[in-house]
Design a protein around this ligand. Structure first.
Ligand code: B12
Ligand code: SF4
Ligand code: SF4
Length: 450
């Protein structure tokens, strides 16, 4: 009999922050998952219909236990709900959101010379926290392979399969039985000590291991995430309609972002962090934490801070664009012709480059990426999943929501793009900026409601 404590020891030594064991049978959850897809909550994510997801033994018939591992990706940077002219402060974007619990204070922001939240009035974009660094699939996969090797050294006859969002396995359904976290009302797995900014990986194994106790639900009466979600994607506690989620629109969806949701996308150009930003379990300071009984307790005697990682791979990447295309002030950038090539004379390989961090980057800098910049900068980043076309589409929405007319030349170029989805989003953004200007002219407030 292999000692589970030895396996856990190896997992922690490899660098995982959390590890637990789940039984392979979590029937009720997997049934929920199927019904969830049947109700259309998965939108166009066809891979969620794979019947193998209904039982992990369809991918490994000998599976008896699942080792679930978590890896923190959080770095000590402000949240999107705090950032200046960021995801949730853009003109006409999302409605104001409640501040994170107990006024999570701004930490020194090392990326910007101006210091924390420098009030430079530059329209900024928000890239989801999980996508600031290297692609987690690669980072997790390497660690999971080490764990698999360690297990095989302890039990040579064992059969294993490892997954990190790389196969037909409902990872959270398994992980929530492994004791490493409970499923929050925002549908994320949350760990009482470390918060929810962690990735999951699973090792299906033929070993019969004693499962850990599931973690108790600590959401209590809190409903911050449901109230903060700008698109109403959390249709009820613990249930997300992914076809309304900003992460789905900006990462998974290939076609048009539905018009009615575009204002609420705010400045989110890749993913969305809002329902985690507002969660008190991700608060940096001590404060009021909900408990299962539904009462609030003041944790002043139990100061806690959400876990952060020092892994180099998850620190915000510095990306560069040619200075010739990254002109300040506007017009911000040449929009690529066709699928993105620069026009003669616009930028060159020899041009000096300017670099910036993916933490709350200037919208202008992102808009200055030609297709080749995109391919080069994001080759090892999860952002490549959006593809350059999706990137341009998302930028059109964020630019429209910025209400900043300096982007009009960029949008006019985008409105001539060969791809109809980009053209349509650019036209929408131009109209939105024009409407806002009209309102300004009439003395109405600058922000528009829809
Ligand atoms: C599709 C998908 C998405 C979709 C849909 C998200 C969703 N909530 O379902 C979109 C694109 C919106 C998305 C967004 C994000 N995702 Co995602 N996503 C996935 C993926 C590929 C499948 C998830 C899935 O099956 N959803 C269907 C629902 C029904 O399943 P579930 O939420 O996982 O819930 C299970 C259980 O918790 C339970 N359950 C849930 N509700 C209920 C209710 C009842 C009554 C019962 C009985 C059971 C039950 O059963 C469910 C499954 O059977 C997984 C990887 C994987 N292969 O599992 C990553 C994964 C869930 N995503 C992850 C991450 C990091 C994100 C984002 C943070 C990225 C971002 N910032 O943009 C956001 C978070 C948004 C959020 N609030 O969840 C991590 C989650 C880590 C964590 N700590 O929870 C995962 C596990 C990837 C990984 N390997 O790390 N994601
Ligand atoms: S990720 Fe954003 S859009 Fe999606 S449920 Fe959370 S707050 Fe809502
Ligand atoms: S914000 Fe509140 S309800 Fe939502 S997941 Fe966090 S503790 Fe639970």
């Amino acid at each position: 009999m292999v000692s589970i404590s030895l396996i856990k020891e190896r997992a922690l030594a490899i660098g995982f922050d959390l590890v637990g064991v789940a039984p392979v049978t979590t029937g009720q959850d997997l049934e929920f998952s199927k019904q969830w897809v049947d109700r259309g909550f998965g939108g166009e994510m066809e891979y969620l219909k794979n019947p193998k997801r209904e039982d992990p033994r369809r991918v490994l018939p000998s599976a008896r236990s699942v080792i679930c591992a978590g890896l923190i990706y959080n770095t000590p940077r402000p949240y999107s709900t705090e950032a200046c002219r960021g995801a949730n402060a853009g003109a006409g974007g999302a409605q104001p959101h409640p501040a994170p619990a107990s006024g999570a204070a701004a930490t020194a922001e090392p990326d910007r010379p101006g210091g924390p939240f420098s009030r430079d009035d530059i329209p900024r974009a928000w890239i989801s926290r999980y996508a600031w660094g290297h692609d987690y699939h690669e980072v997790m996969r390497a660690k999971l392979e080490k764990l698999r090797a360690a297990i095989e050294a302890l039990a040579p006859q064992v059969e294993t399969r490892v997954y990190v969002d790389t196969g037909p396995v409902v990872e959270r359904a398994l992980a929530r039985y492994s004791g490493i976290g409970w499923m929050g009302k925002n549908t994320c797995l949350i760990n009482e000590e470390k918060g929810s900014w962690f990735f999951l990986g699973v090792v299906l194994t033929s070993l019969e291991l004693r499962p850990d106790m599931p973690a108790p639900d600590r959401c209590g009466t809190c409903t911050r995430c449901l109230e903060a979600c700008p698109t109403g994607a959390l249709v009820e506690p613990y249930v997300m309609d992914a076809s309304r989620c900003i992460a789905y629109f900006t990462i998974e969806l290939n076609g048009s972002i539905p018009r009615e949701f575009r204002p609420a996308v705010g400045s989110n150009v890749f993913g969305c962090d809002i329902c985690q930003d507002v969660c008190p379990w991700n608060s940096r300071c001590s404060g009021q934490l909900p408990v299962a009984s539904g009462q609030l307790r003041v944790a002043s005697s139990q100061r806690r801070s959400v876990a952060v990682t020092s892994l180099a791979e998850f620190q915000p990447l510095e990306v560069s664009v040619s200075a010739a295309t990254h002109s300040t002030p506007s017009p911000p950038a040449p929009l690529p012709q066709g699928e993105g090539g620069r026009r003669p004379g616009e930028g060159s390989v020899q041009s000096p480059t300017r670099s910036f961090s993916l933490f709350n980057p200037p919208l202008e800098a992102l808009a200055s990426f030609a297709a080749e910049d995109f391919g080069r900068a994001f080759a090892r980043s999860p952002i490549k999943r959006a593809k350059y076309r999706g990137w341009l589409r998302n930028l059109c929405v964020a630019i429209g929501n910025s209400g900043d007319r300096r982007f009009v030349p960029w949008l006019e170029k985008a409105a001539r793009h060969p791809h109809p989805v980009i053209r349509e989003h650019a036209e929408w953004a131009l109209e939105r900026i024009a409407r806002e200007e009209q309102k300004e002219g009439s003395g109405a407030p600058r922000r528009v409601a829809s």
